[in-house]
Design a binder for this molecule. Structure first.
Ligand code: AOF
Ligand code: ZN
Length: 347
């Protein structure tokens, strides 16, 4: 049987749960009998069913399960969390084969799910499209393994490396990217747990930092404001979404709306590291950093980033604000279908 083909299908459907399943990884599972998919599912919103429960539940004729194979992007769990162990469900339904993309590094599972399946006499194959499955669950694995959120840097630059002209004419906004890239950015926001910007960006653009031209959850907003100089009437402080202000000021100038959190740190040389600690404290699994250049550069300089998504426009400015730059050789991801977007990974 073509194992890769079915794990590929698991990867596709796992995409449907991204964002909603958080902090759980969005896993994909398909049940196959005689080279035909007879059930499939992905992780339900947090607290709900795991992918295997949904995939097995979708099989109409349960008598086929004994002869079927279940494919799953992540090792079936072995623990009682919000839901009972998926490994037990597979054993109870006597599935013949289990094909797994990658092992779960959660210490509650970490191989115990596989062990349980093997002990029950089920054929188990591990590591089909392993890299792709680990990449699908990259946010989850980063939190598990690195004890910090998955960090995505995002910016748009001209073809000659500027993010903005030197003087900004408010009447004439300059578009480096296009309307499609704007929509893509909103999709990206819906996929991440938090969005982070510096004060200059907040004051200059008064952004809402929410999801508009896409459907899905709004990310938690994080504003770096060392001196608490951002006016309180800005959109980010409208109380509609959880917002964390990271500052150096001790005194809190806000009147404590339920969605607003002030975190005080020292803006010193390991700023990005300290920000990660604040994000850990708030159990943030992933963050997209949308500017400005100084903030982005801080994360690059401290080598605290996982992915950079860079729009490179067709325009050029004579002079302007320089785009962030990488201070070491980095890989550009291939297979991107557009020449406007470049994706780099820090691995
Ligand atoms: C699976 N299938 O679809 C997912 C798994 O609190 P719980 O019960 O929801 O368990 C969460 C843990 O289960 C999570 O940290 C990860 O180790 C695993 N996620 N496992 O068998 C799934 N999402
Ligand atoms: Zn499970």
């Amino acid at each position: 049987m073509n194992h890769k083909k079915y794990i590929e299908r698991c990867l596709q459907i796992a995409q449907n749960g991204i964002g909603a399943s958080r902090p759980n990884p969005s896993v994909g599972a398909v049940v196959v009998y005689q080279d035909t998919i007879i059930g499939e599912g992905f992780t339900s919103p947090y607290g709900g069913n795991h992918a295997e429960v949904n995939a097995i539940g979708a099989v109409k004729d349960k008598s086929l399960l004994k002869k079927a194979t279940i494919y799953v992007t992540l090792e079936p769990c072995s623990h009682f969390g919000k839901t009972p162990p998926c490994a037990d469900l597979i054993v109870k339904n006597k599935l013949k084969n289990v094909v797994i993309g990658c092992v779960d590094s959660n210490s509650l599972v970490a191989g115990k799910g596989i062990e349980r399946l093997i002990n029950a006499g089920i054929n188990v194959i591990v590591g089909v499209l392993e890299d792709e499955c680990r990449a699908r669950h990259k946010r989850f694995f980063t939190v598990q393994d690195k004890k910090r959120p998955y960090i995505i840097l995002k910016w748009a630059q001209t073809k000659n490396g500027f993010v903005a002209p030197l003087t900004k004419d408010a009447q004439k906004p300059v578009w480096i990217s296009n309307q499609y890239s704007q929509q893509l950015v909103h999709k990206w926001r819906s996929e991440e747990h938090a969005i982070l910007v510096g004060t200059n960006t907040v004051i200059a653009d008064n952004p809402k930092l929410n999801v508009r031209s896409w459907s899905g959850k709004n990310p938690v907003r994080i504003v770096l404001d060392r001196t608490l100089r951002a006016p309180k009437n800005l959109s980010v402080f409208d109380g509609s979404v959880k917002t964390i202000v990271i500052t150096e000021k001790q005194e809190c100038l806000f009147d404590g709306s339920g969605e607003l959190f002030i975190e005080t740190i020292k803006f010193s040389n390991n700023l990005a590291g300290q920000i990660c600690e604040v994000l850990q404290k708030h159990k943030i699994q992933s963050v997209i950093i949308e500017g400005g250049t100084q903030t982005l550069q801080t994360f690059i300089d401290e080598d605290l980033w996982d992915e950079a998504r860079v729009f490179v426009g067709k325009v050029a400015f004579k002079e302007g604000v320089k785009a962030p730059f990488f201070n070491k050789a980095i890989k550009e991801k291939i297979n991107i279908k557009t020449d406007v977007l470049k994706i780099y990974t820090n691995d």
